[in-house]
Ligand binder design. Structure first.
Ligand code: ATP
Ligand code: MG
Length: 449
């Protein structure tokens, strides 16, 4: 139900609004003075206020300002009498959404303006809600892990977030959480209410790079039918995240370096210098130093970006994170897929802790999601895990002296296939030959994961 407040000293205007606007979905309150208006607004927190600029007790603009200060999300439509356009302009500057002239000759106009304003309020609330959700999702406590490395990383993010503008370069293999860290840095900082804009340097062509980042003026090139702001301008006062920065072309690097040094940019085809206030965070999964040595990356840009390096080690080098992450993803997947998997058997935990995780945290997340979706038992057991887990376990799985719990034949088979697959570097023909089964049978067994 939407709430509308009409503040006008003319009773017939209040009655008219009430008659035209009130309905199943809309409640209309009417008052005759500025003071009453503010009071009622505090009581009912209206979605929309229709405000007469000429009131007996207060100046309408003053009421508008007080309203906006106390109820930032409320929309205000100004009602003006004949010849008050100048004040209407002033009111728009003070935050009014729209204005209507009295007398209301066309009631459709009134209805339309109200519908539009309510729509806007709803959209704004939705954006705020999403923003808050995002913020929660990317706060630093979302960075899961008990390892010393991850603890320090959480501390570091907190500290760096406070040190406003320093440029940061995040190094780490694919799936280690570079983007999560970048977002964490943004949402922990004072910039959190401004945009976090992301560019993937590997996905953007050299010709597009400039217009995407710096924007363009109308007519700058054939397709430029209207002027457009670039990502850097849109991210003003926020954070610009340059993902896969090693893939930026040398040409684009030169252009970007200039902006980084001078903190002003020029739209393509433009002549104005536009100032931008940005924190730059870049990420790379290839060693950037090597690219510099090979002449693929400008040394000066490298030093400009690498002011504060953050290194995220691969998951296999911080094994204490594996199980906390896995448990976290189980809880998360349970909620999303309406399941209630309790956890892992000790043997499954051992296999997971010893696995190499070439895809890092992303691999953990994807695997757990799959296991939870497909899972029918209470806990995740060794035979649910892909074969290569058994192969990589430190202890040989099939030996006479293995003092572990007795295993089922199926478990032993999976583990043995895994070992062989690893020995032949996943060459299925070779593995099938050693195992004495056909390639088809092997494929079937591998798919039973
Ligand atoms: N410490 C962590 N705690 C919780 N989730 C994590 C953690 N690290 C990574 N993730 C999750 O793992 C997935 C991969 O992380 P992210 O996208 O940040 O990796 P990346 O380093 O940017 O990878 P790429 O180089 O492939 O782009 C995401 O879903 C992310 O939320
Ligand atoms: Mg990424």
């Amino acid at each position: 139900m939407d709430n509308i407040l009409v503040v006008d000293d003319e009773r017939n205007i209040r009655t008219l609004c009430s008659r035209v606007l009130a309905g199943d979905q809309i409640e209309v309150h009417g008052v005759g003075s500025g003071k009453e208006g503010l009071q009622t607004a505090d009581e009912v927190s209206p979605d929309l206020v229709l405000l007469d600029l000429r009131l007996p007790d207060m100046d309408g603009i003053e009421v508008l300002r007080a309203l906006k200060a106390r109820h930032a999300e409320t929309a205000v439509i100004i009602i003006t009498g004949f010849g008050q356009i100048q004040s209407a302009v002033e009111a728009m500057k003070a935050g009014a959404t729209d204005y209507l002239e009295k007398p209301f000759e066309h009631l459709d106009k009134l209805k339309l303006a109200v519908a539009r304003a309510l729509e806007e309020v709803r959209a704004r609330r939705e954006i705020q809600r999403l923003h808050r959700l995002q913020e929660k999702e990317y706060r630093v406590d979302q960075l899961i892990g008990d390892s010393e490395v991850t603890r320090r990383l959480r501390d570091l993010i907190g500290k760096l977030a406070r040190s406003e503008a320093a440029t940061i370069l995040i190094h780490g293999e694919s799936g280690t959480g570079k983007e999560l860290v970048a977002r964490g840095l943004h949402y922990e900082s004072a910039r959190r209410d401004f945009p976090f804009m992301e560019v993937n340097c590997a996905a953007i062509t050299e010709t597009l790079f400039e217009s995407e980042l710096f924007g363009h003026e109308k007519g700058a090139f054939t397709d430029a039918k209207a002027a457009k702001k670039g990502l850097m301008e849109l991210a003003d006062r926020g954070t610009l995240f340059l993902d896969e920065v090693s893939e930026m072309s040398l040409n684009s690097q030169a252009k970007f370096l200039r902006v980084l040094q001078e903190r002003v940019l020029r739209r393509v085809g433009g002549t104005r210098d536009i100032k931008v206030d940005l924190r730059i965070i870049a990420a790379t999964n290839r060693p950037l130093e090597m690219r510099v040595k090979d002449g693929q990356f400008r040394e000066d840009l490298f030093y400009r970006l690498n002011v504060i390096p953050i290194l995220i080690p691969p998951l296999r080098e911080r094994r204490d994170d594996i199980m906390p992450l896995a448990r976290h993803f189980v809880l998360d997947a349970n909620t999303r897929f309406h399941k209630s998997i309790k956890g892992f058997t000790p043997e499954a935990e051992r296999l997971m802790a010893n696995y190499q995780w070439p895809g890092n945290v992303r691999e953990v997340r994807n695997l757990i999601e799959r296991l939870v979706i497909l899972g029918s038992s209470d806990s995740i057991e060794p035979q649910h895990l892909p074969v290569q887990f058994a192969a990589q376990a430190r202890q040989p799985v099939v030996t006479e002296s293995s003092g572990d719990e007795p295993r089922t034949l199926a478990e032993v088979e999976r583990a043995y296939i895994g070992q062989i697959m690893q020995r032949v570097e996943s060459n299925k023909s070779k593995a099938a030959k050693i195992l004495g089964i056909s390639r088809q049978t092997l494929r079937k067994k591998l798919m039973e994961e």
